[in-house]
Each structure stands twice: as structure tokens, then as C-alpha cells.
Design a protein around this ligand. Structure first.
Ligand SMILES: *Cc1c(COP(=O)(O)O)cnc(C)c1O
Length: 399
């Protein structure tokens, strides 16, 4: 049996499937990035992206992957030796911490078990104990892509305020932006980090820093060295719709169309769609008799679901069976989760039938790979999707 016909199912939690409409929008001749046509394109992108972060403040667009915007958030606001408080939600929080240390920052991790989101109470306790205000920034990953656990960003803001602490608040939304409800201004975030290749439905290559007035003020005295990532020249040039260096012009065409698509659907509908697909996926996992990695009912991700393999079963063998037989890529377990979990991406350009196809590939893969499971996961997800929300979902929504 050939496995190459039909579309590849790219069901990793980023990069995600790019809609044809976005691909067509990017299929354009490259233009002069100092000319009037570019200026109109960039002005639309710079204004449009603010509506996705829900901010009235500037958003910087870098021609870089998300990691670049991680670095940019730190080097623009902090000085060598500054102490940064982070929460160990999983692999991506760990990578951000490592990056901070390589830049010459001191870091402190609030320990976590990679099955929960960040704990606002623990953050509040640590900040209250920091009477001398040695901590200069609190960093949280909104959607921990390695575990499928969401952190409560508004509650962490409240924890910082309750502690009366002046630390900057930096949030990574690389795998939640345009998939899970997010409000940069309302939640008082100083720098939000985003990327193009997950909920925004674009190819990799763009990343973002959404700013606050407090972050811009901090950037005027921050002592870490920076040039490519520096906000000052970006902000000055962006004011006129230009960039200090060559931007990723064709990705900006795609970005404008992706933003249009998100607003045509309505951001609230986009978030509800992701939540619903997460809930349907968990129904399937439960019916298979497998375990969802994230242990917090309130903090399950709408972007992805991480599934724990039964004892003695290797998740990477299973993923290989799925790829070889059904032409579908599933996400691997990262770092200490390698081999013991796999991740189902259900974010971005995605609908009910994409989910059922995805879950069908997983169920057939479990069968083919000889993983012990109970049949009926796809059926459970179909029942859930066909009926809209079931009683359990209504109870949760009421809480
Ligand atoms: C994907 C991801 C990153 C890394 O982004 P790159 O674009 O691969 O550099 C960082 N944080 C989170 C939460 C992510 O999902």
C-alpha cells in the first residue's frame, strides 16, 4: 500500500497546516521594502497584529522564529545579572530559562512536574518574600507546548499586583496566540512573545514582541547588549510603515490574510473551536483507556493534547508506525518526556473532519503498533462533535 497519496496530516503542535488562501496570498513577486507598496502592506500588518494580541500598544515583527522573540523580550528590558523568576511548566519554559542564563541573567525556577500550569500562589509567595525587589521580571509560558497545560495569565498578573511587586511580566504565547483566549493589555503583560507557525497558520519565519509602555520605558535603560533585536530603531521605522532591515515581505502578505481569516471567523469563535477540539480529543483518549498528560481539568490546552503511552510502549515507535502507514506526523515527547508521550496538534487551520481524520490515524496506529487500547475513541469524539457540547462541557462552562 502506498502512503504518499492525498495530503500529509501535519498534526504536530506547530508548525501547523497553512490554509490555501494564505499560501496564495504569499505567492507574489518580492517588492522593494523601501517603496510605497510595501509601506501599505506593513502598515496593515502592524495595525492588524495588535488586534490579535488585543493591544493598543506597538507590536514588533521580527523575521525570525519564536526563539528570536524570546531573546528580544529579555535583551530589550533587562540588564546583566538581573534576576528573572520563571515557572517550570515543561520543556519550553526550560529552554527560555536556559536562553536567559546564556544572556547573563540570573534565573530562578519555581519547580513543576510538567503536568500542571504555572501556580499564581507560588509566584505571589516568592514575590512577597522579595522585599528588596531583586526580581526584575516574571516569565510565564501561556501554553506549554511540551505538555498541553495552559497557565492562567490573568491570575499571575493578579498575583504580581497582590504582592505589590514592580517586576516586568513577560509571557510566551507562541503556541496559544490565535488559538487560546489572550489579552495583552487587559492582563497587564509587558512583553508578549509570539510566533507565526502555530495558531496564526503561517509558515515559520515571523515572530513578535507585543509591548507595554512600561516595557518601552525599561528598554531605555536596559543594559543587555542588542542590535538586531533592538526595539528603538524598529519602533521609529515602524511608525512610517518601514523596517530598519529587510523584513520577511512575503510572510507579511500571508499574515494580513491570516488576520482577516481570524476576524471573519471571530476570535471568540476561534478560541471556542480550539477548546471544543481539545475536549473531543480528550473524549477519544479516555475511550482508548489512555491518559492525558495534563492533570488540571481547568487548564487543558485547546492547541494540543499530550497522551501518555501505556507502560512498556515507546511513543516514538508508535509515531513511526503512524507516519509510515498513514502519512501523519504527530508531536514527539520532548526532553524528559521523550518516548513516553506523543502530542496531537489540533490548532490553526483545523475543523471537525480534520480532527476525526487525525484521531482515526491515531486509533489505527495504536492497533497497527500493537499498543494495548480500547476501540471506540474516534466514535466517542464523533458523538461529542455531533452533539455539540455534552453535559460535562456545560458544567465546566458554568463554573
Ligand atoms: C514553538 C515554541 C517555541 C519555540 O519557537 P521557535 O519558533 O521554534 O523558535 C517557544 N515556546 C513555545 C511555547 C513554543 O510552542
Amino acid at each position: 500500500m502506498s502512503t504518499l497519496e492525498g495530503r500529509h496530516f501535519l498534526q504536530i503542535p506547530g508548525p501547523t497546516n497553512v490554509p490555501d488562501r494564505v499560501l496564495r496570498a504569499m505567492d507574489m513577486p518580492t517588492i522593494d521594502h523601501r517603496g510605497p507598496e510595501f509601506q501599505a502592506l506593513a502598515k496593515k500588518a502592524l495595525a492588524g497584529i495588535r488586534t490579535i494580541f488585543k493591544t493598543e500598544n506597538p507590536v514588533i515583527i521580527y523575521p525570525a522564529s519564536g526563539t528570536g522573540a524570546w531573546e528580544a523580550a529579555l535583551v530589550n528590558t533587562l540588564s546583566p545579572g538581573d534576576l528573572v523568576l520563571m515557572s517550570e511548566t515543561g520543556h519550553f519554559a526550560t529552554l527560555w530559562k536556559k536562553l536567559a542564563e546564556r544572556l547573563g541573567l540570573r534565573t530562578e525556577f519555581i519547580p513543576g512536574d510538567w503536568r500542571h500550569g504555572a501556580d499564581p500562589a507560588a509566584i505571589a509567595d516568592r514575590l512577597k518574600a522579595d522585599k528588596g525587589h531583586e526580581i526584575k521580571a516574571v516569565c510565564v509560558v501561556h501554553n506549554e507546548t511540551s505538555t498541553g497545560c495552559v497557565s492562567p495569565i490573568g491570575a499571575v498578573r493578579k498575583a504580581i499586583d497582590d504582592a505589590g511587586h514592580p517586576a516586568l511580566y513577560l509571557v510566551d504565547t507562541i503556541s496559544s496566540l490565535a488559538s487560546i483566549d489572550y489579552r495583552h493589555d487587559e492582563w497587564g503583560v509587558d512583553v508578549t512573545v509570539g510566533g507565526s507557525q502555530k495558531g496564526l497558520m503561517l509558515p515559520p519565519g515571523l515572530s513578535f514582541n507585543a509591548l507595554s509602555p512600561k516595557a518601552i520605558e525599561a528598554s531605555k535603560t536596559a543594559g543587555l547588549l542588542r542590535s538586531f533585536w533592538a526595539w528603538d530603531e524598529m519602533l521609529a521605522m515602524n511608525d512610517n510603515g518601514f523596517f530598519p532591515y529587510t523584513p520577511a515581505t512575503n510572510l507579511l502578505y500571508g499574515l494580513n490574510v491570516a488576520i482577516d481569516m481570524l476576524h471573519e471567523e471571530g476570535l471568540d469563535n476561534v478560541f471556542a473551536r480550539h477548546q471544543r477540539h481539545g475536549a473531543a480529543t480528550r473524549r477519544a483518549v479516555e475511550a482508548w483507556g489512555l491518559e492525558v498528560l495534563c492533570l488540571e481539568e481547568a487548564n487543558h490546552s485547546g492547541s494540543l493534547t499530550a497522551v501518555v503511552m501505556p507502560d512498556g510502549q515507546n511513543a516514538d515507535n508508535f509515531r513511526k508506525v503512524v507516519l509510515d502507514n498513514f502519512n501523519m506526523s504527530l508531536g514527539a515527547g520532548l526532553a524528559k518526556l521523550a518516548g513516553t508521550i506523543f502530542r496531537i496538534g489540533h490548532l490553526g487551520h483545523f475543523n471537525d473532519l480534520t480532527l476525526i481524520g487525525t484521531l482515526g490515524g491515531v486509533e489505527m496506529g495504536l492497533n497497527k503498533a500493537g499498543v494495548p487500547y480500547k476501540a471506540g475513541g474516534v466514535q466517542a469524539a464523533m458523538d461529542f462533535l455531533a452533539k455539540g457540547s455534552d453535559d460535562r462541557e456545560k458544567r465546566q462552562a458554568a463554573e
